[in-house]
Write a protein that binds this ligand. Structure first.
Ligand SMILES: NC(=O)c1ccc[n+]([C@@H]2O[C@H](COP(=O)([O-])OP(=O)(O)OC[C@H]3O[C@@H](n4cnc5c(N)ncnc54)[C@H](OP(=O)(O)O)[C@@H]3O)[C@@H](O)[C@H]2O)c1
Length: 280
């Protein structure tokens, strides 16, 4: 497993994290107390931790914070980097305070390593939200400030309006088939020492193969050996960029172990170039 500094956090995270958004069915069922496949999901997360993954992503919306609390209870808290997100409807200072306290309770922890605005909400003054997040850092309830689904304009605004603490990360849709962030956002992130957490890093499973893509993957396999499509996809992200941390969903132990097995597969310039020219 490769570890890299996560933006300006001072924390070294595994280049591959674990995402914990399952699906809307999971979310709805939690409201009636049903947690489908909970034991297997916890097992997947624990296997990830035991085999070197220290970056775990959740959100109040996902209804997986309690499950993570259970999965991490036997491990050293300060060796894990737990990221959660606040819903766009909770961005006023008062709502954020309540939402954060709920997340802390759900996660059974005194602090959150990374608190992210899940989506922007144009009805709430972002300056006030950012000020509140800085206060929460000062209180020690959160260690780092992050955002998600922000465009370049909003990212610029955020960087400019944080006064005491820096923006640590942005979470965006980034995979081998969806590379918009490569136009400008990645450059901006590098310049400002901001980590990019890549969601949908294996394109929701789409990179796993249609005939055309399989041909491209086979060409790459001829050069690097027998690496599955999903793992070539993950490797592309962290090989091309030293500040990108893909967070594939971790609900299945076999997939988590597979992602760990290939987490040291770094692609060279020639393959990165090939991917950029062929995968669309
Ligand atoms: N900020 C946002 O707005 C936002 C939006 C969406 C997602 N996210 C975050 O990003 C994470 C990842 O996104 P995602 O789960 O939707 O997409 P994804 O990770 O690209 O794809 C998930 C699919 O890939 C499968 N998978 C994982 N590892 C695999 C492997 N090695 N081989 C084959 N299949 C594999 C998963 O199956 P199994 O589950 O069976 O392993 C699942 O079906 C989420 O869990 C969440 O934490 C954030």
């Amino acid at each position: 497993m490769i570890y890299r500094y996560f933006g300006n956090s001072g924390f070294k995270c595994s280049t591959i994290g674990m995402g914990t958004y399952y699906d809307m069915r999971w979310i709805f069922k939690t409201y009636i107390g049903i947690y489908s496949g909970k034991a297997a999901k916890i097992d997947a997360i624990k296997s990830g931790i035991e085999n070197g993954i220290n970056l775990i992503d959740t959100a109040e919306f996902y209804k997986t914070e309690k499950l993570i609390a259970e999965a991490i209870k036997d491990y050293k808290r300060d060796e894990l980097f737990i990221a959660t997100k606040v819903m766009p409807t909770h961005l006023s200072p008062k709502s954020m305070e309540k939402a954060l306290n709920r997340s802390l309770k759900n996660l059974n922890t005194d602090y959150i390593d990374l608190y992210q605005i899940h989506y922007p909400n144009y009805a709430v003054d972002l300056k006030k939200t950012l000020k509140k997040m800085e206060d929460l850092v000062d209180q020690g309830k959160i260690k780092n400030i992050g955002v998600s689904n922000f465009n370049l304009k909003l990212l610029n605004y955020t960087v400019e309006h944080l006064n005491k603490h820096k923006l640590t990360s942005v979470q965006l849709n980034y995979n081998i088939l969806h590379r918009n962030v490569e136009n400008e956002i990645l450059e901006f992130c590098k310049k400002n020492n901001i980590a990019l957490m890549a969601y949908f890093p294996i394109a929701h499973g789409k990179t796993l193969g249609n005939e055309k893509l399989n041909g491209y993957f086979d060409y790459i396999r001829n050069m690097i050996g027998d690496v599955p499509n999903a793992n070539i996809s993950l490797s592309y992200l962290f090989s091309r960029n030293s500040n990108v941390f893909p967070i594939p969903r971790a609900s299945n132990k076999d997939h988590v172990m597979q992602n760990i097995k290939y987490s040291n597969t770094v692609l060279d310039e020639e393959i990165i170039d090939y991917i950029e020219k062929t995968f669309k």
